[in-house]
Each structure stands twice: as structure tokens, then as C-alpha cells.
Design a protein around this ligand. Structure first.
Ligand SMILES: Cc1cc2nc3c(=O)[nH]c(=O)nc-3n(C[C@H](O)[C@H](O)[C@H](O)COP(=O)(O)OP(=O)(O)OC[C@H]3O[C@@H](n4cnc5c(N)ncnc54)[C@H](O)[C@@H]3O)c2cc1C
Length: 380
């Protein structure tokens, strides 16, 4: 693409991970001329939107304000499935387990009660799940039928494809170097030359600090590791009785989650916390050490004793705010620059809702959601 000959775009979207792909799609659907720029060729394994699967929970321990957003996302994922002809969301349900005094479990129960979300108490020792999980006997085990998991790379690829089908253009392996206000709107300097647009939406994942220095003090980055374990006994496959799960072990204060074996590549397991901060995403150590594997191996041995050996592990990145709420706002020093960031390890499920919110923000339309806690000013 020869950028020098290109016209003024309505909107440039920086970043084609889950959030940028969704934002491009909803902007293109609204009739905007869109150019999406990514420094890699998404979907790719360098940022935050890779690793085969992402959980979708509805009873939301992180706050009830997210429930309407996740329900909107379920509707939009289903619409995207219809348009693409691909399965993106598997509504398998999600299992939650933790001790009765676990604050996480209490938040899940409270959210379900206040938001009228079905949540069933189940007995892990009874059919059909007997023998799959081995939580302590006095733990609470709950099942949420509305939840499930998303096919990560397929979701990104399909949102990008559908955005292009609606006229968006895509410039890959191109880094955005600088963004400035200009007479016509926004002047964007890239590694392939300059581009101009009326508006820009920055969805740069863990590289957001490079483009928006003001966010450097509001977000931190964490190195995460996802692991896959062999399903030797063929009891942990998708479509069977083993369900995606979240476990909160209060004694070790650890959360871990899993998704059934989808395609023979293993059961995905990860632990969730905000440890292992990195200064910059380009400095992340991608080699896997025993420090990355020992704790999760131990959790798997305790809670899922029928699981086979760990077969592979892969790194990924969180971009987190102090209170784990997202940042969705216009940038104060620009009239027409917007940012979607700080997804804090729980943003993927919301991607189409965020895409719709950012598209409405650019178009000046009122959002259906109260965005107060997602404003820059809400993050110190
Ligand atoms: C291990 C792990 C498990 C998770 N589990 C869940 C889960 O179960 N459920 C859930 O909902 N969420 C989960 N999340 C969170 C979710 O995956 C992220 O919130 C989401 O993927 C963030 O997407 P993004 O588009 O903001 O970032 P990214 O996917 O990182 O995309 C940013 C893009 O911007 C591009 N870019 C950056 N800078 C530039 C530049 N200067 N020029 C051009 N391009 C640029 C990058 O190349 C990249 O493609 C998890 C995250 C991790 C790491």
C-alpha cells in the first residue's frame, strides 16, 4: 500500500488484537472509512490476544457493572458467528470452585443473585462430573450455564475479515511511531510513511505507553504463562462433561482456570494474578522456567488428578490498571484521539462490546453503558 497516495481516512485504528479488530469492525459497519495498522500480522502471539481460548464468565466477581456488558458481548459474538459462519463462542457453561469463605466465590454468588444470572450448586462427586475434579469436600462448586469460552485467534481473524469485507483496509507489519493533532484531524507517522485521519483509536495492548505517555503511570504490564496438559484418558475434551472452570484456592491465594481440550492439543490451564511485572513488552522473557511451571503443575495434581503431563507452555501479556477497570476515553490533549486500554487480564470476552462503545465514542453517539469508571480521570 502506497500511503503517500491515500486519502484522508475517517478513522485509523492502531492495533489489530481483539479490541482493535472489534473496533475496526463496528466502525466499518457504521460506514466509516477505516485503516487498521498493526506492527505485526494479527492474529499473532506477541501481545495479549492469542493462546487458543478465553473464558467468558457472566456472574462477574469484578463488579456488576460488567454484567450488562458481557451479556451484550454474548449477543454480539452470536451475531458475529452468524455473519462469519464460524463458531466463535462455545456456550458450555463455566464451573466455579472455592472454599465457602472465598471472597471470589462470594462475589460470584452476589453477582448472580443481584443480576438474576442462573447459578447451580453442583456436587463434584456425583455423575456426570464424578472423578473429573478433586476439590476439597467442604468447598462450594457452582455451575453457570450462560458462560463458556471463545476461540481466541479465530475471533480475531474473523472480526478482521468481516471488517475488511465491510470496506476497512489493513496495513500490517507497520509500526505507528507518532500521533499528532493536525489541521485536518490527526497526523500519524508510521514505519511505512505518514497517514492522515479525522480520528484515531489507539488499541495498542501492552505497547500503549509508547504511543500515549500519559498512560504510563496508569497501567502496568505482567508476563503470564499458559500451559497445555495431555488428555491421555480422553475425559477432558470439549463436548464432554468436563467444563471450563475457575478455581480460587484461598490457602495459597491463587486463582487458576482451565478450558477443555479443543482439538487434541491439550487442556489449557493458567493461573491468574498480577505478579511478574515487566517494564516493556519488548523485554519479556519468552523462555519457560520451572518457576513458571511448578505452581501450576502442583495445582493440576491436586485438583485435576486424572490429567496427563504438561505438553507445552506459552507466554502472554496483561496490561493492567490499579483497580482492574478498563480505560475507554478520549485523550485530553487531542480533539479526535481515543484510547481503549487496561484490560487487566479479563478483556477478551468484552471485545465486541468495547468495539461498539469505541465506535459510538468516535461517532459522538451516546453509549448504552455508564462509562464513568472507565474514564481516564477515574484512574489515578
Ligand atoms: C494469559 C492470558 C489469559 C487471559 N484470559 C482471559 C480470559 O479468560 N477471558 C477474558 O475475557 N480475557 C482474558 N485475557 C485478557 C484478554 O486476552 C486481553 O484483555 C485482550 O486480548 C487484550 O486485547 P488488546 O487488543 O487490547 O491487546 P493485543 O492483543 O495485545 O493487541 C494490541 C495490538 O496492537 C499492536 N500494536 C501495538 N503497538 C503498535 C504500534 N505502535 N503500531 C502498530 N501496531 C501496534 C500489536 O501488534 C497488537 O496486535 C487473558 C489475557 C492473558 C494474557
Amino acid at each position: 500500500m502506497n500511503l503517500m497516495n491515500k486519502p484522508l481516512y475517517d478513522v485509523v485504528v492502531v492495533g489489530g488484537g481483539a479490541i482493535g479488530a472489534a473496533t475496526s469492525y463496528y466502525l466499518a459497519k457504521s460506514g466509516q472509512s477505516v485503516l487498521l495498522i498493526d506492527r505485526f500480522n494479527p492474529p499473532h502471539p506477541h501481545g495479549s490476544s492469542h493462546g487458543q481460548s478465553r473464558l467468558l464468565r457472566v456472574a462477574y466477581a469484578e463488579g456488576d457493572k460488567y454484567v450488562a456488558m458481557v451479556r451484550r458481548a454474548v449477543k454480539l459474538w452470536k451475531d458475529l458467528e452468524q455473519e462469519s459462519g464460524e463458531t466463535l463462542f462455545e456456550q458450555t457453561g463455566v464451573l466455579y470452585a472455592g472454599s465457602k469463605k472465598s471472597a471470589f466465590m462470594e462475589s460470584v454468588v452476589n453477582s448472580a443473585q443481584s443480576q438474576e444470572i442462573p447459578l447451580l450448586v453442583i456436587d463434584q462427586k456425583q455423575a456426570p462430573i464424578a472423578g473429573l475434579y478433586a476439590m476439597p469436600n467442604d468447598w462450594l462448586t457452582l455451575f453457570e450455564p450462560e458462560g463458556g469460552f471463545l476461540h481466541t485467534e479465530r475471533c480475531v481473524a474473523e472480526m478482521l475479515r468481516l471488517a475488511m469485507a465491510r470496506g476497512a483496509e489493513r496495513l500490517t507489519n507497520t509500526q505507528v511511531l507518532d500521533i499528532q493533532s493536525s489541521g485536518t484531524g490527526i497526523a500519524i507517522e508510521t514505519s511505512n510513511g505518514p497517514v492522515t485521519a479525522k480520528s484515531v483509536v489507539i488499541c495498542a495492548g501492552p505497547w500503549v505507553g509508547d504511543l500515549v505517555p500519559a498512560l504510563k503511570s496508569k497501567v502496568s504490564y505482567q508476563r503470564k504463562v499458559m500451559h497445555w496438559y495431555a488428555d491421555d484418558k480422553e475425559q477432558f475434551g470439549n463436548g464432554g462433561h468436563f467444563k471450563p472452570f475457575v478455581v480460587h484456592d484461598e490457602d495459597s491465594n491463587s486463582w487458576f482456570y482451565g478450558v477443555p481440550d479443543i482439538d487434541g492439543s491439550g487442556v489449557k490451564i493458567g493461573d491468574h494474578n498480577y505478579e511478574n511485572a515487566v517494564q516493556h513488552p519488548d523485554q519479556i522473557d519468552r523462555t519457560i522456567s520451572p518457576q513458571d511451571t511448578d505452581k501450576v503443575d502442583g495445582l493440576v495434581k491436586s485438583f485435576l488428578p486424572g490429567m496427563g503431563k504438561r505438553i507445552k507452555s506459552e507466554t502472554c501479556l496483561y496490561t493492567s490498571t490499579a483497580n482492574t477497570d478498563f480505560i475507554l476515553d478520549r485523550l485530553p490533549d487531542f480533539d479526535r484521539a481515543f484510547v481503549a486500554s487496561g484490560f487487566s487480564g479479563h478483556g477478551f470476552k468484552f471485545a465486541p462490546t468495547i468495539g461498539e462503545i469505541m465506535s459510538n465514542m468516535v461517532l459522538g453517539h451516546q453509549s448504552d453503558f455508564d462509562l464513568t469508571s472507565f474514564a481516564l480521570a477515574a484512574h489515578s
